[in-house]
Design a protein around this ligand. Sequence first.
Ligand code: ATR
Length: 291
Amino acid sequence: DLYNFRLIGPDTKVHGVIGNPIGHSKSPHLYNAAFKSINFNGIYLPLLVDSVANFINTYNSPDFVGYSFTIPHKESGLKCCDEIDPKAKEIGAVNCMIRRPTDGKLLGYNVDYLGAIAAIEEGLQALNGSSNTSGSLLAGKLFVVMGAGGAGKALAYGGKEKGARVVVANRTYDKAKALANKVGGEAITLAELENFHPEDGMVLANTTSVGMKPRTDQTPISKKALKHYSLVFDAIYTPKWTRLLQEAQESGAAVVSGTEMLLNQAFVQIENFSGVPAPKQLIRDVLARNT
Ligand code: ATR
């Protein structure tokens, strides 16, 4: 039932996730199930692609309407768009592309940053109890982003957009500094982060690869330093529970797993592709069944 074949016809809109490797991707399961449940006449394929430019030029028909980009193609996706959302341009990475029906132009977005920030905001909301605050719960908060690669940029720009005071902590100081300058934040090294606690209740996001499978025994920050944070987010989703999240929880912080970012960015893309709200619980259930 992955591709829901009975629905494929001349009007079916083709979507897919472009990456290399791609066989492991859960996205086709999530998107096809969502399309079916909302009665949207579309399919979503895993697309093993070497050259994004060649692929996009070859499949230039109006039936090919939407793509997601994953490793290693988030930067090359950027170069193939006719128009780029200003935030994706700032971040330097596109992970969602949509063909505009009116003129066939390809529009690029970054939904990683939306997904991650939405996951963190939901975590803060749960922490605050039911909240009727207008505006972001990140506004005014000290938001420490570990890592300054693609995901680090997305989180730092997202935090800035929500009015957080951003601190970039990276192993290599120069990369932290370059990113901090761009978002009007502060830069420190990961080593300095161990003794960085200007205030309590800060929010921490890990975007480094430290703790990812198979090195699940590692963590980017000591448990001792975690007691100053009210919420800790890890962009890693393999494993779902990293050592960082485990120790953050033991230190009394609220924790948000990278799977929440994965889900939230899928919700945004499914809404972008189909034009209707994503069936969120169904997508959660499909992910749970396929992991
Ligand atoms: P992504 O696009 O997923 O963010 P990336 O661009 O390769 O991936 O960035 C990886 C990040 O993880 C970088 O911030 C990197 O730190 P450096 O800039 O110092 O390389 C960080 N990182 C990777 N391995 C690390 C390790 N063992 N210790 C600390 N930081 C690490």
